[in-house]
Design a protein around this ligand. Structure first.
Ligand code: CAA
Length: 438
């Protein structure tokens, strides 16, 4: 019997979202905007908001921890961990290094970050796929983690969000995969200033309408590059787009269909409803998570369609401002991921606009030296907590549940937090978090 060919595939998908959620209706009311603009014009319903103790690193670590599922065999096979992010918390140290410590990855492990706006995770994914082909006994973690911040009251504010997506990459037959990606990708790059964040700013700069045009041009060019390499390909049953706001996926679908010669309005609406809409429900409830946004749609589609996806084809479009675009396809195998997304989103604590504003101010306050505060309580099931900065070092605590992989399934916090061994905190400084923690 001929052994089935193994490829570098996506074996599993995980998601982590922060503690709080703000509804767009509440934000619209506070900003004096017609709520229909957010709901129908942008396609947004809710945005995830970080609480104290949550940042790009804790979200990344949680997504990775969820992929490992407390399985020592899985953990021992991880030989590479790449974090894609554009909201890094340090200009030098990689988030992947902190993950190495928090997760207890083995010493012989490559760890590094990739930054290219919302494209970073796709670059990481392609690199990890090639790497596991070379080291088929090993596994790679690809983690996309971001906290999207725009100026308060700016047009970008309703497109904020926070969260992380984890992809477990390994060598397997397409049958045993969640998703096997095409060997060929179409790519397009261009030096544009559509969206960026200077190192001296916490919020993004953006030329909104121009960024939409850059995205759409990048998509058409990347698609043409793909078609030039693949003469015949299956019509994908699903289309996943980078979704900074869900309505962007609608614009992208429309532009691509028109580019392919489809102009009938009834066909366009029906095709969008069948092939795009089923993947967008989580983006509507989380907001933009930058480099994880495309893969949040993948997680949502897996959860929504389950085993019905097996054998189906998907087209994926990744866009990172600046810019780099990639169009690629994939085929679902029998191991369709079950990320538990719906339950995770339903479990968030709902907040109003004033608390959202206090929390976003507090998260900036924690980004200062000596902001350290040791008694930040974790939310239920939160494996890692950011305690602030002490002597210019960021301090993370591994909560009880994060230390005990075997408790993964039960997801309960058994005791109050303790600091990472060897990093005992010393004197906590509470004032910055007064009235916010908890
Ligand atoms: N009811 C229903 N719809 C309404 C409405 C109402 N009362 N009022 C307005 N709308 C509609 C508008 O008609 C418009 O729809 P179309 O785009 O289909 O025409 C939509 O709501 C948006 O309204 P505006 O045109 O007035 O746009 P805006 O000033 O609110 O800005 C934005 C929209 C440019 C996307 C802004 O939110 C922004 O700058 N976002 C951040 C940048 C971004 O996401 N860019 C996307 C491409 S870049 C990228 O993808 C990288 C990344 O992740 C950032």
């Amino acid at each position: 019997m001929v052994e089935e060919q193994k490829d570098g595939v996506i074996l599993d998908v995980s998601v982590a979202v922060p503690r709080y959620v703000l509804s767009h209706d509440a934000l619209a009311e506070a900003r004096g905007i017609d709520p229909d603009k957010y709901r129908y014009g942008l396609g947004c319903e809710e945005m995830s908001v970080c609480g104290p103790g949550e940042d790009t690193v804790t979200l990344a670590a949680e997504a990775a921890w969820r992929l490992l599922k407390g399985d020592p065999e899985r953990l021992s096979r991880v030989g590479m961990c790449i974090v894609g992010t554009e909201s890094n918390v340090d200009a030098s140290k990689s988030i992947a290094s902190t993950l190495h410590g928090l997760l207890g990855l083995r010493p012989a492990c490559r760890v590094f970050d990739i930054q290219h706006a919302c494209y970073g995770a796709t670059a990481a994914l392609q690199m990890a796929r090639s790497w596991v082909r070379q080291y088929p006994r090993q596994l790679a973690l690809v983690i996309a983690s971001d906290v999207a911040r725009y100026e308060r009251c700016s047009p970008g504010e309703p497109t904020q969000g926070a969260g992380a997506v984890g992809l477990l990459i390994g060598a397997a037959s397409p049958r045993d995969a969640c998703l096997t990606l095409s060997a060929v990708s179409g790519t397009y790059a261009s030096d544009v200033n559509d969206f960026w964040r200077p190192t001296y700013q916490k919020t993004a700069c953006v030329k909104g309408k121009f960024s939409v045009d850059c995205y759409l041009k990048g998509m058409v060019e990347a698609y043409d590059d793909y078609k030039a390499q693949v003469k015949a390909s299956a019509v994908p049953e699903h289309m996943l787009f980078h979704a900074p706001f869900p309505h962007m996926a609608r614009k992208a679908h429309r532009r691509l269909m028109v580019h392919q010669g489809h102009t009938d309005e009834i066909f366009l609406a029906d095709d969008y409803r069948r092939r795009v809409e089923p993947s967008l429900w989580a983006n509507r409830r989380v907001g933009n998570i930058y480099t994880g946004s495309l893969y949040l749609s993948l997680a949502a589609l897996c959860e929504q369609e389950g085993d019905d996806l097996t054998g189906c084809h998907a087209a994926l479009f990744s866009y990172g401002s600046g810019s780099c675009s990639e169009y690629f396809t994939g085929r679902f195998g029998q191991a369709v991921a079950r990320p538990g997304l719906q339950a995770m989103l339903d479990a968030r604590d709902s907040i109003g606009v004033s608390r959202y504003e206090v929390l976003s101010d507090a998260s900036l306050a924690l980004e200062q030296n000596q902001s350290f505060c040791e008694d930040i309580a974790p939310r239920k099931g939160q494996p890692f907590t950011f305690l602030g900065i002490r002597d210019h070092e960021r301090v993370y605590r591994q909560n009880e549940i994060g230390r005990r992989g075997e408790d993964f399934a039960r997801e309960r916090v058994e005791s109050l937090p303790r600091a990472i061994p060897g990093r005992d905190p010393g004197v906590g400084q509470r004032p910055l978090l007064d009235g916010v923690a908890g």
